[in-house]
Design a protein around this ligand. Structure first.
Ligand code: AMP
Length: 541
């Protein structure tokens, strides 16, 4: 390997394992794994995967919650030069099938309950040739019934068990392999600028460059403790939590899935110093009975990213926690953060829109604001945010057309409309795309419309984001029917519930006589969106 090349995250981790073997790396309820243990267990898993024929460039899908098995899988996959494909554990069968087929995964590592309830029905229709199931309460962990209640999964035939493999391959390791900086480290699925989810190819170079820049601004280092508040399937969880903890050789506190009471207990017990997550997760913690100012006392930095925060929310957060809520902005195609707010700096508020700045560019990032013809606009003028950063991916997996539409000459056309002030602060004005942002979860309207169109009674469907006090936006659907009265909204809601992950399901489905259209017959989503400001949204489930 060329010595001028940057190291990979794996190389840094191996070096940490040699130099600081006894430092805690993963904390999961009452299990603590040291760096050496994480290295040895991921060696064993890598040997097991190698025995299954996994090699360089193969895709291994991880369908799990925030648990140690996730990190062991990631490292084992990297040790073989293979590619990790994080899959959102909220996905339903048809969505999972799409992801597995799109990336051509050969192995699926799944939480046992997700295997039983979701994956079992679809793997036969994919290239997956081996399934490994993991128990959430594995690693001798005490069962926290608030998040791990359903633990009676019968051992399935034809499926390998994670814990059994670790025991069987204990002390073994695959032949040493060093991924090259251009090799894909993970394929992270995003809604991007068109409907179908696409896998952004984050290379090892992207990962180490962004990981180091993130550590530099957030001051995550050997003395930090990182709280895994964001899910590890999302680029934020991977790149602003896990990778900084691996690079810095500091503990990462995992708590399965987000449950405000469990998360608060983790904070009280392990006193993390760093957190990043959507603002709704923080609201959930603050609303938990018994929350006090001292719960946040150990934090050095608290970041909010993925969705807008209002100046009022940032103010009340500070009053309740004694901590400044620092803004972060980024996207999957940039391998996470391109903008972070440095600690101690007050984010300015845009005088015209009232928006709070999302941050300053991270080291190595530069921003241009362009008009529809790609011409650069002066400071203070709104236009599309175009990013250049060491995290910009080379493209989407097997999607040259989508890549060309979003990434040109190494520049990422974000689809976000923003303004940069004279000092470099970025303010987001709007999204160019129609993406709905439900507390950081991105929902592409067409995907929800497609699910509605599958119902035989539906004539037309249109889906928009409706303002929501808690989530920022919620999904709202409008449909017209082939035969009036043939179906009601409750039945349609039940129909889409089977097909869509919970966060994509409409909070309201309104049946109209017909949908508003342009003269050329296109459904006018904008007119429907405008109407939602005056319509109440009611949760269906
Ligand atoms: P994802 O690829 O899921 O991380 O989504 C990226 C998108 O989330 C961006 O293109 C923005 O539209 C939105 N986003 C990220 N950070 C922020 C933020 N701080 N404020 C508002 N929107 C954000």
């Amino acid at each position: 390997m060329n010595t001028a090349e940057p190291p990979t995250t794996l190389r840094v981790f191996r070096e940490n394992s040699r130099r600081y073997p006894d430092r805690p790396q993963l904390i999961y309820f009452d299990t603590i794994l040291t760096v050496r243990q994480v290295d040895e267990l991921s060696d064993a898993l890598a040997a097991a995967l190698a025995a299954e024929g996994v090699g360089p460039g193969d895709r291994v899908a991880a369908f799990m919650q925030n648990m140690p098995h996730y990190v062991l899988t990631l490292l084992a996959v990297w040790k073989l030069g293979a590619i990790l494909v994080p899959v959102n554990p909220m996905l339903r069968a048809a969505e999972l099938e799409h992801h597995l087929n799109d990336c051509g995964a050969v192995v699926l590592v799944a939480l046992d309950t997700l295997w039983r309830d979701v994956a079992r029905d679809v793997v036969a229709a994919t290239a997956v040739r081996r399934v490994i199931t993991a128990r959430g309460c594995g690693m001798q962990t005490r069962n926290d019934e608030r998040v791990l209640a359903d633990r009676t999964v019968e051992p399935a035939t034809g499926v390998l068990e994670f814990e059994t493999l670790l025991a069987r391959y204990r002390g073994r390791a695959p032949r040493p392999h060093e991924p090259s900086p251009e090799d894909v480290a993970f394929l992270c699925y995003t809604s991007g600028t068109t409907g179908a989810p696409k896998g952004a190819m984050c290379s090892h170079r992207n990962v180490i460059s962004v990981g180091r820049a993130t550590c530099a601004v957030t001051a995550v280092g050997p003395h930090s403790t990182v709280l895994a508040l964001a899910p590890l399937f999302h680029i934020t969880g991977l790149m602003v939590q896990l990778v900084p903890a691996l690079i810095s050789c500091c503990p990462l506190v995992l708590s399965f899935r987000f449950h405000p009471g469990v998360m608060l207990d983790s904070i009280r017990e392990h006193r993390p110093t760093f957190a990043v997550g959507p603002v709704t997760a923080y609201i959930g913690l603050l609303q938990n009975p018994g929350f006090t100012l001292s719960d946040f006392a150990a934090f050095d930095r608290v970041y909010s990213g993925g969705a807008p925060i209002s100046p009022a929310t940032a103010r009340s957060f500070e009053e309740r926690t004694g901590q400044q809520l620092l803004g972060a902005y980024g996207m999957t195609e940039a391998t996470a953060a391109t903008h972070l707010t440095p600690k101690g700096m007050r984010s300015p508020v845009d005088p015209t829109t009232g928006a709070l700045a999302v941050g300053l560019p991270t080291p190595g990032t530069s921003v241009r604001i362009v008009d529809d013809d790609g011409n650069e606009l002066p400071a203070g003028t709104a236009g599309e945010v175009v990013l250049s950063s060491p995290g910009v991916v080379s493209g989407y997996w097997n999607r040259p057309d989508a890549t060309a539409a979003t990434i040109r000459d190494g520049l990422l056309y974000s689809g976000d409309i923003g303004v940069v002030d004279e000092d470099g602060w970025l303010f987001l004005v709007d999204r160019k795309k129609d993406l709905i942002n439900c507390s950081g979860f991105k929902v592409w309207p067409r995907e929800v419309e497609d699910a509605l169109y599958e119902h035989p009674a539906v004539l037309e469907a249109a889906v928009v984001g409706a303002p929501d006090r808690y989530r920022g936006e919620t999904v709202k659907a409008f449909v017209s029917l082939k035969k009036p009265g043939s179906v009601d909204s409750a039945e349609l809601a039940a129909f889409v519930r089977e097909r869509l992950a919970a966060y994509k399901r409409p909070s309201e489905i309104q049946i109209l006589g017909s949908l508003p259209k342009t003269s050329s017959g296109k459904i006018l989503r904008r007119a429907l969106r405008d109407s939602t400001t005056s319509l109440p949204t009611a949760a269906l489930d």
